[in-house]
Write a new protein. Structure first.
Length: 130
């Protein structure tokens, strides 16, 4: 049911790109078929990538959603969460996040990266602005 509902929800929410971990690669034909059947003018595109874990950080959407739903954090932009909004509230600049992602490259396998690497990109970006 998820494979059928996923593209419909993305289209209704105006998602342009659905980023999924690599194990969903086999699901892309169904994702695209559903959107084609609905004749969506600008359908979202599904792209798969290798999961990147940060040392000492919970990155599972399932666990993060539980924290938000149980009000253990102040929403998706809580600075303790590893979301883009959370990182921005912690002071990470857009340039530092982009540099971090660019350095990682587009990987097709699961990997783990030291959180200090993200901090290094923030420090480098702040040095250029200070």
């Amino acid at each position: 049911m998820y494979d059928f509902a996923h593209p419909i929800q993305d289209a209704l929410e105006g998602v342009t790109h659905s980023l999924c971990s690599i194990e969903f690669k086999d699901h892309r034909p169904l994702y695209e078929w559903v959107l084609n059947q609905l004749d969506i003018k600008e359908p979202p595109k599904q792209r798969e990538f290798g999961r990147v874990n940060l040392t000492g950080v919970v990155t599972s959407k399932r666990y993060l959603r539980e924290l938000v739903a149980n009000h253990l954090v102040d929403g998706w932009d809580d600075p303790r969460l590893p979301t883009l909004r959370g990182l921005r509230r912690r002071g990470y600049t857009p340039a530092s996040i982009r540099s971090f992602v660019h350095e990682m490259g587009f990987i097709k396998h699961q990997s783990t990266v030291e959180f200090a690497m993200l901090d290094r990109f923030l420090r480098n970006d702040l040095k250029t602005k200070g």
